[in-house]
Design a protein around this ligand. Sequence first.
Ligand code: FMN
Length: 334
Amino acid sequence: MKQKMKQIIPDFLFDVLNEKRKLIQNRFLFKRDKKRFLKYYSRKNSTICEQIKAKILFYSHSIEKGLSHENIRLGFGKKTILYLLDNMSIYSKNNYDLEDPVYLNAVSIVKEYVHLHKNNSFNINYIPKKYEKLVKDCENSSLSLGGIKKFSSTTENRNKYRNFEELALNRHSVRDFSERPVDVSLIQSSIQIATKSPSVCNRQSSRVYILRDKDKIAKALQIQGGFNGYEIPPCLIAVTTDTRYFVNITERNQIYIDGGIFGMSLLYALEYNDLATCALNMMFDSTKEKKTRSLLGVPTYENFIMYIAVGHFKDHYTVPKSFRLKQKQITTYL
Ligand SMILES: Cc1cc2nc3c(=O)[nH]c(=O)nc-3n(C[C@H](O)[C@H](O)[C@H](O)COP(=O)(O)O)c2cc1C
């Protein structure tokens, strides 16, 4: 069809029509992405198993993070624990699999939460009676999937001597850092390693911003909002991608894929250089986006991928366990 038209129509007209066709196709692709996301994401009152599991994971993680705080504040997460219990109840009322690791992880996190408060004689009567049985079941469970892990990092440069499997399986997001400043050469060396990340047609669109000024980091994290209650890290990295390096509308999501791959390589490289890290989201509404662009001087043609909080490991630190699914639970053979 395209070839036939090319023969009949003059070249200039063909190009104009072709551009018009692409424009219509482009609008359609963006519209379809939007429609698909709005149709399937886990919104309020969703009752599909995966959508409830998303909420259970979200609230479990939030409680688990609270449990890992160095200076734990008893009574933390009052609303979150109720949202978690509510979603666990909805899940069980819908007769979904109570042996699913996502549910079991939540059970063990509720158990840890209740035990922590009971052991410290802290009244958790903000948990309504309607959850009494569920809470009791969690308390009596012998599961230890969720909760916290404590580490002592007495040996220097541990990660330099680990093979990839050991490095990957022992990496944890660390949110409490030593006050020791981070030598910029370690960050530079990590970025150099991350530049070896693959990217679509080797377009290499990822860009990195390094923040080491405490006030600026504090401002950036205040806008970000997902790092509340922790000390300001000695270093914050922002990873972005440059849209100008993409040549076709079908690459519209590649700006995030290439950025994500680069971000993960950078996380591993920083860990390899014996730095503690935590990826932090840059999923902003328009106000936060505007403020962050202005604070960091990031132009509108760049896309926010992630922040990475970076610092040296403390001698002793605690992290959420952040359980993982087994490979067979996420793999399909065709
Ligand atoms: C893109 C991205 C954004 C994240 N955002 C946050 C965040 O805003 N706050 C936070 O405390 N952790 C954040 N995390 C860390 C995750 O909570 C963490 O990676 C996950 O729970 C798995 O734990 P692990 O990294 O210790 O294995 C983020 C991770 C990624 C990859």
